[in-house]
Design a protein around this ligand. Structure first.
Ligand code: NAP
Ligand code: MG
Length: 472
């Protein structure tokens, strides 16, 4: 695939300071598809300088003009829709149909939402005898993961730009190519030089440098809890703002009387999509004891439709995981589940038949999972579903809330009010009621160790603003 041998800094592609490179691999077969520069401290510092220099001008740009640039960015992404989908399929391994429907479409919709919000947002308000201005926080350091590579970029960059902030992005080393496409779209959209800057590189070098740069006012991170913890600690020590979108272990609670067939089918699809590499995935299915065996049978039938295949083939519903390390991590968890006494209903730790080469994992369903087991507590980030049994509603609430995470969840009931009442008792940032659709305007973010802050919609924009009050 085409790749830029440079960093996008101050409105142009510049050679990196050092010679280090990142090889981008296709996880379906392990081949190297492109090489991009691995930036270091010097590249990060140059990018932050460019962002600082561009900040006063962009912050003073009228919101209507910022909205127009975001509209142009949306159109530039739209024009690259097919290229985006093909690129994400090549570097992440997600099936092409899913890459089109989600990896390309969602960021385009989110970018459009911020074009509108930039125009409509009340950046000024009257509070008693005060006039309150909502001003941009400054230079944003954005560090993003590979699982929804473009979505996670746009979910940070679009609201930051709408707010009047300037940005330095360090994307995941596994998925730098779609980040380069995004930088091309920014350029085409006519954003002033330095407003958006891209430094590709590895987390422990470029990511680390960005997280501790003096010129960065806010660090926005999405990824693992382990790295998020370090970033929050460093930002706190520097009295710098930070936002963390971390992991999850979300519960899909099927209440007695719910449409079991539908709830299980949608629940399995939720976990298997993107090979289970979704922070908000409903990886714990909670079923009442009376319906448990039936739910396990339904889940086995549903998961059988997920046959691993080449993500480029049209009919493929599940591809590989992102890389060999992730495959080892996921299969390690599957072995742990077996060791802890859970029952394999489908899948297992071995490579799927005929896919010994790429980074494939068998779609796996465990029954007989108890709440304290590792597979019921830790984020696996692979195509692995655990089905747990509950005795009554109190038991279901306790199990659902019984992890360190609280990112998402689902509740199914024949009575919507009952589902809402149950959802109100969950310590989690989002709950889908009876299969409710993803809403790109709804605040997204975690309770507990799933994170700090919210992304998307007005709440996402608010993260990039600070207030100034003038009294009269
Ligand atoms: P990760 O290491 O947290 O990666 C997220 C981002 O942070 C990447 O851009 C990464 O760069 C960067 N990074 C890594 N170490 C850093 C450091 N010390 N300072 C600053 N930035 C740093 O996550 P991962 O290794 O890709 O995945 C590991 C696990 O994290 C997964 O199995 C999953 O459980 C979880 N995860 C969660 C999400 C989510 O959406 N919540 C997303 C991805 C992963 P590199 O790409 O170079 O590592
Ligand atoms: Mg990493």
């Amino acid at each position: 695939m085409q790749a830029h041998d440079g960093m996008y800094i101050d409105g142009e592609w510049r050679p990196a300071a050092g010679p280090e490179k990142i090889e981008v691999r296709n996880p379906a077969d392990g081949t190297v598809i492109a090489t991009v520069p691995a930036g270091g401290e010097q590249d990060v510092a140059a990018a932050v300088r460019a962002a600082r220099a561009a900040f006063p001008g962009w912050a003073a740009t009228p919101p209507a003009e910022r909205a127009a640039r975001l509209g142009a960015l949306r159109d530039a992404l739209e024009a690259r829709r097919d290229e985006i989908a093909e690129t994400v399929t090549a570097e992440l391994g997600s099936p092409l149909a899913f890459s089109h429907a989600v990896h390309a479409s969602v960021p385009i919709a989110v970018c459009a939402s911020y074009a509108k919000l930039a125009a409509d947002y009340p950046f000024e308000e009257e509070v008693g005898n005060s006039r309150v201005f909502h001003e941009p926080v400054g230079v944003v350091g954005a560090i993003t993961p590979w699982n929804y590579p473009l979505h996670q970029i746009v979910a940070k960059v679009a609201p930051a730009l709408a707010a009047g902030c300037t940005v330095v992005l360090k994307p995941a080393e596994d998925t730098p190519l779609v980040a380069q496409l995004f930088a091309e779209a920014v350029h085409e959209a006519g954003l002033p030089a330095g407003v958006f800057n891209l430094v590709t590189g590895v987390g422990t070098v470029a990511g680390q440098a960005l997280a501790v740069q003096d010129g960065v006012d806010l660090v926005s991170f999405t990824g693992s809890t382990a790295v998020g913890r370090q970033i929050g600690a460093a930002a706190g020590a520097a009295v710098k703002r930070f936002a963390l979108e971390l992991g999850g272990k979300s519960a899909n609670v099927i209440l007695p009387g719910a449409n079991l067939t539908k709830a299980v089918k949608v629940g399995v699809a939720n976990v298997m999509s993107n090979s289970g590499q979704t922070c908000s995935a409903w990886t714990r299915m909670l079923v009442h004891a009376d319906h448990y065996d039936e739910a396990v049978q339904l889940a086995a039938a549903s998961v059988a439709k997920y046959v691993p295949g080449d993500p480029k083939d049209e009919g493929t519903r599940i591809g590989p995981v992102v890389n060999a390390k992730q495959r080892e991590r996921v299969t390690g968890y599957i072995s742990q589940g077996v060791k802890d006494g859970a029952t394999l209903v489908a899948g297992g730790p071995d490579a799927p038949e005929g896919h010994e080469q790429g980074c494939y994992v068998q779609p796996t369903v465990f029954a007989g999972v108890t709440p304290e087991m590792t597979i019921a507590q830790e984020e696996i980030f692979g195509p692995v579903l655990s089905i747990l049994k509950y005795e009554d509603v109190e038991d279901a609430v306790r199990i659902a809330n019984g992890t360190v995470y609280g990112l998402a969840g689902a509740v199914w009931s024949e009575d919507e009010e009952e589902a809402v009442a149950f959802a109100r008792r969950l310590d989690t940032g989002q709950v889908d009621i009876n299969g409710g659709r993803f809403n790109p305007l709804a605040p997204f973010g975690g309770y507990k160790q799933s994170g700090i802050g919210r992304e998307l919609g007005r709440h996402g924009l608010g993260e990039y603003l600070q207030t100034k009050s003038l009294q009269f």
